[in-house]
Design a protein around this ligand. Structure first.
Ligand SMILES: [Zn+2]
Length: 274
């Protein structure tokens, strides 16, 4: 019997020890991947974070205090096929939230702020803006007004929530009005566009920041290629729905790597606060 046949079987890696990058296919140590804020060390792809992960890397440790976690719940008033199932799925688990926008107060390098973070995964609803999302955003803005502290939103959204039809489109006006109130009161409003930020979100609250940042490679834009081509009668450039294209064309201020984002936000707060 050859020697190699007697060798012990290789140790099996514990489940979850490795993570495969969905963009380049690199196999990454999960621990390293998480230490790198879920950014692929090989290709730089910024993988999506949950709202809780975003809070963990943004707010000063232990400073985040959520509000509105379970106060409001969406209704399936159009009896849209499958909507109830998604709402139920969103509320799976212990102490679940009742919508995909997470709101709370926190500090960043000691500076108070209000956070409104869309959770793309909640209810498999792609961070879409329905009536509860819009109301929670408005309440977050009201809180920022009351406390005269900046509102920071992290957008990860497919846009308006089609399951709520016209009501979801109305949230574009509602959230825009909230931002206008912040503007009038000179309360800073900062937007961070993450992958993806599209549709009604970028057509309203996510395009109205005093400062607009984006993560590298994020899909940012109103509509897909087919609709854009129909609207403009020309074929849009290949990369037109990227943060990089938007920055090049003056639609956002700066693309910031995730590892530098918290420091940049803290500096921005200090600057705007002064
Ligand atoms: Zn990669």
């Amino acid at each position: 019997m050859p020697d190699w046949f007697r060798r012990p079987a290789p140790a099996v890696a514990p489940e979850g020890a490795f993570t495969k990058c969905t963009t380049c296919g690199a196999i990454l140590y999960t621990k390293d991947f998480e230490r790198d804020f879920k950014v692929c060390i090989k290709c730089g792809h910024h993988h999506r974070l949950t709202a809780d992960e975003r809070i963990a890397i943004t707010a000063d440790e232990g400073s985040f205090v959520e509000f509105g976690r379970r106060e409001l719940r969406s209704e399936d008033f159009l009896q849209f096929p499958g909507y109830v199932d998604k709402l139920v799925a969103g509320e799976d688990g212990d102490d679940p939230r009742t919508d995909g926008l997470v709101t709370g107060v926190a500090t960043l390098s000691g500076q108070p702020c209000v956070l409104a973070i869309s959770d793309f995964e909640w209810g498999r609803l792609a961070g879409t803006m329905g009536s509860v999302f819009g109301e929670k955003f408005a309440r977050a803005a009201d809180r920022a007004l009351d406390e005269k502290s900046a509102l920071i939103t992290f957008c990860a959204s497919g846009g308006a929530r089609m399951q709520e039809g016209l009501t979801s489109l109305m949230q574009m006006a509602k959230t825009s009005l909230s931002v206008a109130q912040l503007d009038r009161a000179k309360v800073p409003y900062i937007v961070v566009l993450t992958n993806p930020s599209t549709g009604g979100a970028v057509a309203s609250y996510a395009s109205l920041g005093d400062v607009i940042y984006a993560e590298p490679g994020a899909t940012v834009g109103l509509s897909g290629e087919r609709v854009a081509a129909q609207a403009q009668s020309v074929k849009p450039p290949a990369n037109y729905r990227t943060a990089e294209f938007m920055q090049e064309h003056g639609q956002l201020d700066k693309i910031i790597a995730r590892k530098d984002l918290t420091t940049t936000l803290a500096k921005t707060l200090a600057f705007l606060g002064s």
